[in-house]
Design a protein around this ligand. Structure first.
Ligand code: C2G
Length: 131
């Protein structure tokens, strides 16, 4: 049976930190499925729309060599449903979420990966705004 890995994120203003986490997630199995957060989820969570629309973010993430499938993540609370629906064996999250999804350990392995230092969407937006 192929081992399916699932991960989630906004992946707005796609950068190398995003690429690295997806590459490392893919190495943990045979197939990588990515939940890309909906525009509405971002607006609820961060109080602003992402720079790139969910359609654009899905297209970018879905085009990567290490990604086998993408879907829209409508709500943070539906992780268990998404894991079961996609038959995921491993849930990967960045360590900014460390401990937050341990309760899913009964349906899949839960792995938190270290973030790539010194790069973030917010820092890129601020840098460009200051030019
Ligand atoms: N990431 C990373 N290194 C960075 C920046 C981000 O490893 N320097 C990782 C994050 O830890 C995450 C992924 O890239 O695993 C996507 O990051 P975000 O787009 O910031 O995702 P976020 O808004 O935290 O996800 O269910 C989660 C939601 O979809 C929200």
């Amino acid at each position: 049976m192929p081992r399916t890995v699932i991960t989630f994120g906004t992946f707005d203003v796609f950068h190398v930190g995003h690429l690295r986490v997806l590459e490392r997630a893919a190495e943990l199995g045979d197939r990588l499925v990515v939940g890309v957060s909906a525009d509405a989820l971002n607006e609820r969570k961060k109080g602003r729309a992402p720079i790139f629309s969910q359609r654009e973010r899905l297209a970018i993430v879905g085009a990567l060599k290490v990604v086998d499938a993408v879907f829209v993540e409508e709500s943070l609370e539906q992780k268990r449903d998404y894991v079961l629906e996609h038959g995921a064996d491993v849930l990967v999250m960045g360590d900014d979420w460390a401990g937050k999804f341990d309760e899913l350990g009964d349906v899949c392995e839960v792995v938190y990966l270290a973030r790539t230092p010194a790069i973030s969407t917010t820092a890129i937006i601020e840098h460009i705004a200051d030019l």
